[in-house]
Design a protein around this ligand. Sequence first.
Ligand code: ADP
Ligand code: MG
Length: 360
Amino acid sequence: MIIKSIYLENFRNYEKLEVEFNEKVNILIGNNAQGKTNLIEAIYLSSMSKSFRTNTSSDLVSFNKEFAKVKVKVKDDDIDRNVEIRIDNNSKKIIKKNGKIIRKTSELFNNIIIVVFSPDDLSIVKNDPIKRRTFIDRELCQLKPKYYLALTSYNKTLKQKNALLKERKFNDNLIEVLDSQLAKYGTIISKYRKVFCLELCNISNKLQKSITDDKEELVIKYINNFKNNEITEENLYNILKENRKKDMEKGYTTVGPHRDDISFYINGIDVKKYGSQGQQRTCALTLKLAEIEIIKNETEKYPILLLDDVLSELDSERQEKLISHLDMVQLFITTTDIPKQYKDNNEIKIIKIKKGTVYN
Ligand SMILES: Nc1ncnc2c1ncn2[C@@H]1O[C@H](COP(=O)(O)OP(=O)(O)O)[C@@H](O)[C@H]1O
Ligand SMILES: [Mg+2]
C-alpha cells in the first residue's frame, strides 16, 4: 500500500498544499515549527480519522478558518483509492471513501494502515501504562473492527459508571447492569489483547535477537486483572463485584481492562525496572518493527511508517538497524537534517518545508 499524494486545505499551518510522494522514502525536511509534523499528522488522519497528538479535531483547522480538508490518494494492489476528510471548526467531521460518505469511523480503518514512531515511543517501556495500552489499542483498532466496537462501548460504560461512583449516587441495580456490560465488552477486549500480546512476544523476540546478535531474549507479558489468566465474562464480572465496595469509596473503577499493562523481560530481567536506557530503547525499536510485521501477517500488506523526529534520537547503530528493516515499507521521515543513510540517494524524495509551504 502506498500513499501517492496528499491535498490539504486550511489544515494547521497549511493554507493549501498538494504534494506527490515517492513510493519508498520521503524525507520532510525543515527547521522547527515549520509544518513537518503537521503534514504527517494529516497522513495519519486519513488512516485513523483522528490525530496522534490531539483528541480535539478542531485543533487541526487553521486558526480563524471554518473547516479543514485533507484528501489522500492511495495505491493498493494497483487499485487507486482516495479518502477525503473535512473537519469543521466545531469538530464535526465528514469522511468520504472514493467519494462516498462513510457513516461509521470503523469503516475507514484497515483502509490505509499506518504506524507512527515518535520520540515519545522510545520511552514506551518505562512510561505510564496508558502509553502501552494506547499502543495495543491503536493496533487492534486498525486491524479488528470488533475490537474497536467493544473498546468504544467499554469506555462509554466505564465513564457512566465512574460518574455515578464519583457523585456517590449508588443505585445497586444500575451498577449491576453497568458491571455486566463492562464484563461483556471487557472480556472481548481482553481476549484480543491476549492473542495480540502472544504474537507480539513471538515476533519481538525474533527481532530482538537479530538486533542484538542473539545476545538478548525478549519476553512480553500481558498483565491483567483476570484470576488465573482465565478470560471469561463471569470471571471479570466477579472481580468487578468484589471490588465494588472499594470502588465506591475511591470514586472510580479500580479493576478491569482499562488498568491492563504489558511488561518486558530481557534475559529474564524486568526491563522497566532494571533495563538500561539503551535496552529500553532497543526494546521500543523492536516493538515498532514487530508492529509492522504483525500488520503484514494480518493484512498481507506492509503498513506505511511515519518516523517523526525519531532518527536523530537514535545512535547510529540503532539507526542502521532500524533502516535496514524498513526496505518494504513506504517511509515518511521528518527531520532537520538529511540522515546520512539517505545522502546522495536519488531514489528518495526530499520535501522541503517552510512556514506551511513546500519549496524547491
Ligand atoms: N490550527 C493551527 N492553525 C495554524 N497554525 C497552526 C495550527 N496548529 C499548529 N500550527 C502551527 O504549526 C507550527 C508547528 O508545526 P509542526 O508541524 O508541529 O512543526 P515541525 O516542523 O517542527 O514538526 C507552529 O508554527 C504552529 O503555530
Ligand atoms: Mg515536529
